[in-house]
Every structure is written in structure tokens, then in C-alpha cells.
Design a binder for this molecule. Structure first.
Ligand code: ATP
Ligand code: MG
Length: 282
């Protein structure tokens, strides 16, 4: 599919983050609804071409746990890069929990499974480390599918992401186990309905947050409110010592994940609820 800017009609803005802005668009020649992410990168045309080359690997990332990629191009003004991907119509988990409250436990099991399977696919098949696992990068659609997006395939783009892992803050290299730490933080955030740093919920500056992560005990779930298996999984993900932290293969065999796999909870029905509640809130 040869994507050109002039073939895309803007439908609506979906949101924006540190790196860019995302909108819902329609590709007119194929009638495909897509999500288009614009990333502004101060770089020479040469470097932008390099980024586009790095992004082509996304064409090979095919998994039911990964948001599919349609293509990327440099925008008309030649200043930004546009990445076109599968549009996920129920949105991201941060937006969902902010509107509807903590994610129900049976759904959390399916989310855990999808995220771990997605990360395991990226690393196992492509040696890709995600580097930005968080609720806004986990998307849901009305078929009940849960997929991850925005993983680090481009060295250039990666350099613009802030790192918040104990080992990174202390200057060590990034490994797939750093993603496991983020999985732990993300699961607690989804389970309690807020970002778990610091435990009392006060606002920290970026520097204070980094100091807190390095110096204080990792976040924990409120005692007695969650199943032991889930508590155990998040504790393991949040081992500050990287060598104590399980890898993705080990996590996929964790009793909590094995149970989640067997569960026949209706994720599609949950997405209908989410959509009803979020339209009621608007
Ligand atoms: P950051 O820039 O720190 O990664 P972010 O993930 O919130 O933060 P973006 O990746 O720019 O920022 O995404 C902005 C919002 O757009 C997301 O929160 C999500 O709700 C929405 N979004 C992104 N990609 C899609 C998609 N493929 N389908 C539907 N909505 C999307
Ligand atoms: Mg994102």
C-alpha cells in the first residue's frame, strides 16, 4: 500500500502525547479507517529518510497482539513523519480507566496476557524491545482485541523518549527486562485506577519521580484487595534488581497468566460497556 498524504481525509483528532499527535483518518482509495500519528523530529532530511527506512520493519510485525502498520511517509512540508496504523475504536487503556474507573479483574487478566504475548512476539521474532509500555500504548477495539503500539523500532525516535526504569536511571543499558518493569507499573495503574508513584498520590517533578524510583521500595498493590497470583506477578515484575526480575517466557508461565489464558471472560461485552459509559460521560 503506497500511502500518500493527499489520499487521507481527516476525520477527527484522537489525542496527543509527548512525541506527537494522533488523528483518525480515512484512506480514500481503499476506504480504510486508520490512525495517523504525526511525529515532529528536528532532523536533517537525511536523518528523516533513515527513520523511514527503520520504520519499514513495522511491515513485518504481524501478530494479533500488535497494532498493524499501514505505512509511513514524510509530510508535505517535509518537517514531520506520519505513521499510519490500525485504528482501534475503543481507544487506549488510560482513557478507558480515566472514564470508567479501575479495570475489572477478569479483563486485567486478558490485558496481561495480550501485553506479554505482544512483547514476547516483538522480542522473540524481531529482537525489538518495546521501551514505552504504559496504558496509553495499549489499545482496544470493539471486537474485544487488545493490542500494543508505539514500540521503539527507530533509534532516532527512541532517543526522544524519557526513561523511568531503575536500571536506566542508574545508567545501565536497556533490556527486555526493563519492559517487564513497565508491565508491573502498568498493571498496578490499571488495577487501582491511578499512576502508582508515589504511593500517597502526590504530584512529583520528573527529577523527584526518578529519585523516588531509585531510592524507594517499588509500588505495591493495596494489601488484601487483589488475588494472590496477581499480587505475586506484579511483585516479580517490579523487582528492582534486574537479575531477580523474570523474563517474558517465565512470566507467560506464571499461574496468573495461565489462568487468564483459560478464562472465557467476554472482552467484547466489556468494550460495549466501556463505550456506553464513555458516551454517557461526554
Ligand atoms: P506518549 O507520547 O508519551 O507516548 P501517548 O501514548 O498518550 O503518550 P500518543 O501515542 O501520541 O501519546 O497517542 C495519543 C492518543 O491517541 C492515545 O492516548 C490514544 O488514546 C490515541 N491513539 C493512539 N494510537 C491510536 C490508534 N491506533 N487507534 C486509536 N487511538 C489511538
Ligand atoms: Mg502512544
Amino acid at each position: 500500500l503506497d500511502l500518500r498524504s493527499e489520499d487521507l481525509i481527516l476525520l477527527r483528532e484522537l489525542g496527543s502525547g509527548n512525541g506527537g499527535t494522533v488523528s483518525q483518518v480515512k484512506h480514500v482509495t481503499t476506504q480504510t479507517i486508520m490512525a495517523k500519528k504525526i511525529i515532529h523530529i528536528e532532523a536533517k532530511p537525511q536523518v528523516r529518510k533513515q527513520i523511514l527506512r527503520e520504520l519499514t520493519i513495522l511491515h513485518e510485525c504481524n501478530s494479533k497482539y500488535i497494532v498493524s502498520f499501514y505505512g509511513a511517509f514524510v509530510t508535505e512540508e517535509d518537517r514531520d513523519i506520519a505513521i499510519c496504523m490500525e485504528y482501534m475504536d475503543v481507544g487506549s487503556l488510560d482513557a478507558i480507566y480515566k472514564k470508567t474507573g479501575p479495570i475489572p479483574l477478569p479483563i486485567l487478566g486478558k490485558i496481561t496476557l495480550a501485553v506479554l504475548e505482544g512483547l514476547n512476539y516483538l522480542y522473540g521474532s524481531h529482537k525489538i524491545i518495546h521501551r514505552d509500555v504504559k496504558p496509553s500504548n495499549i489499545l482496544v477495539n470493539s471486537k474485544g482485541q487488545i493490542k500494543i503500539c508505539d514500540f521503539g523500532v527507530s533509534g532516532q525516535v527512541i532517543n526522544s523518549i524519557a526513561d523511568t526504569f531503575p536500571e536506566r536511571i542508574q545508567g545501565a543499558t536497556y533490556t527486555v527486562r526493563s519492559d517487564v518493569w513497565s508491565v508491573g507499573i502498568t498493571l498496578i495503574e490499571l488495577a487501582i485506577g491511578r499512576f502508582p508513584f508515589p504511593p500517597d498520590g502526590s504530584k512529583l517533578t520528573v527529577l523527584e519521580l526518578l529519585q523516588h524510583i531509585v531510592n524507594e521500595a517499588p509500588p505495591t498493590l493495596p494489601p488484601g484487595e487483589f488475588p494472590d497470583d496477581f499480587d505475586d506477578l506484579t511483585k516479580k515484575c517490579l523487582s528492582k534488581d534486574v537479575s531477580q526480575r523474570p523474563n517474558l517466557q517465565e512470566l507467560l508461565k506464571h499461574p496468573y497468566v495461565v489462568e487468564a489464558q483459560k478464562s472465557n471472560v467476554d472482552v467484547e461485552a466489556w468494550t460495549r460497556n466501556v463505550r456506553r459509559k464513555s458516551t454517557a460521560a461526554n
